[in-house]
Design a protein around this ligand. Structure first.
Ligand SMILES: [Zn+2]
Length: 439
């Protein structure tokens, strides 16, 4: 059942380069995030928004942010030599559950898991995710309310190593809905309250719980419009929240300046969510032509986890996940991939989101191959995980591109990912805020 997450303890903290060139950084139990100064000489540069790669560029990062990008020939002074590599902006995953271990087969474990155990898992996942090249992640819900917020705050203060996190506090969901931990065979009374903070019975309660998420420090609101594919009982995609309930959450989120995102598989729920004003849709597996047209018209982004069906079909079976999960997964995987191709061609903004937590943290980049197989250009796949993702998170000023002013978040791979997108599964270098975390 259990898959032990791997990580390298030796890389727990940013690497202080011995050369005077790069980072003068004290490494200890805490570190100063976004304090790095380094010049990176890239054999080729993909900046995250341009349509072509540029040869021989040097990215100069000062005090955590990109100061300038110059032709390497005109750059004087020492630099980190990545002249045999392609540099890209740090990748963004807009759909993770980073505070949770990847053992979805046994949900009842949440009934007894302590916050400390959960945070320990989150710290491992955060580090694994960063080392995989994802310097920013959006955490779309934790069963244990606020687990990812605690992780975020630890990363921001330099206590933990991990990506920049934008977090939803808890799932806004109907009782026994896709974000509630009611499990067949277990007495509902034994579910601890901290697992049900966003469970709401009516519009008023959705509004109050959305406000509770805002007040508690959420950076995004996440609602469950229609049932999870991997949930007990029910039909995949059947609506759970009404349009009015969704609108109540949207109103609270937008009034606070936050993006609101809906988990929705079924066509009706996707349309209800877009009509109610959400900014993005997760999964969108069973979108019909009308839902796609509505998304194009409103420029509502889809994040579609087109890889994880493969993972569940193999590892889920090996690990003995419930038959009902496996069956529902098989029914929706190909359907979702066809919707992905259609939505991309129609002009729906597609933002990179893996639902990691459903499959192992650290495998985030495996989705790129499926996206390209299903008709997306390699450059668009990269943009979906960089500038486009940042735009739809509301974080364009800080991440998603190598551009003066944004954070110095940079990764590098050997070879050209525009020719072979699978190279993004083997990131050699990870720099976040000018500090080198992996080399
Ligand atoms: Zn999810």
């Amino acid at each position: 059942m259990c898959r032990s997450p791997f990580f390298l303890a030796a890389l727990a903290m940013p690497i202080a380069l011995s050369s005077a060139t790069a980072v003068a950084q004290t490494v200890g139990p805490t570190y100063q995030p976004d304090s790095g100064t380094v010049a990176v000489h890239c054999g080729q540069l993909i900046d995250g928004f341009s349509d072509a790669a540029m040869p021989g560029m040097t990215v100069v990062i000062e005090s955590g942010r990109v100061a300038r990008i110059v032709d390497s020939k005109s750059h004087d002074g020492p630099s980190l030599d990545l002249s045999d590599k392609t540099c890209l902006p740090g990748l963004i995953d807009t759909h993770t559950h980073i505070a949770e271990e990847d053992e979805v087969g046994d949900l009842a474990r949440f009934y007894t898991m302590s916050r400390e155990e959960n945070l320990a898992a989150g710290r491992r996942n955060a580090q694994t995710t960063l080392h995989a090249g994802f310097t920013t992640a959006r955490n779309l819900g934790s069963y244990i309310g606020w687990a990812a917020r605690d992780l975020r705050d630890g990363i921001n203060s330099g206590k933990f190593v991990g990506p920049r996190l934008q977090v939803a506090g808890f799932y806004l969901t109907v009782p026994a809905g896709g974000g509630d931990l009611v499990i067949p065979g277990y007495d509902e009374q034994q579910i601890p309250q901290h697992l049900r903070m966003g469970v709401s019975r009516d519009t008023g309660e959705f509004r109050r719980n959305a406000q509770k998420a805002v007040d508690g420090g959420a950076g995004v609101l996440k609602l469950i419009a229609s049932g999870a594919v991997l949930a007990f009982g029910g039909v995949p995609g059947a609506p759970e929240m009404t349009e009015e309930q969704i609108r109540a959450v949207v109103d609270v989120g937008h009034a606070a300046g936050l993006k609101v995102t809906a988990h929705a598989h079924g066509a009706q729920s996707i349309k209800d969510s877009i009509n109610a004003g959400v900014d993005s849709i997760e999964h969108a597996s069973l979108a019909d032509d009308e839902a796609i047209a509505l998304a194009v018209e409103n420029q509502v982004a889809f994040s579609m986890d087109v890889y994880n069906g493969d993972y569940i079909a193999t590892a889920g079976v090996e690990q003995g996940w419930p038959d009902e999960f496996i069956r529902k997964n098989n029914e929706t995987t190909e359907a979702q991939r066809q919707v992905f191709s259609k939505a991309y061609r129609a002009g729906v903004p597609i933002i990179y989101g893996t639902d990691s937590g459903v499959y192992p943290h650290g495998d985030n980049a495996r989705q790129f191959v499926i996206m390209v197989e299903r008709g997306m250009s390699a450059m668009d796949a990269i943009k979906s995980a960089t500038s486009l993702a940042a735009h739809h998170m509301g974080w364009s000023g800080d991440v998603g591109a190598l551009e003066p002013g944004r954070y110095g978040d940079l990764i590098a791979v050997e070879g050209d990912p525009l020719d072979d997108i699978s190279l993004l599964q083997a990131v050699d270098v990870v720099i976040k805020g000018g500090l080198i975390f992996k080399q």
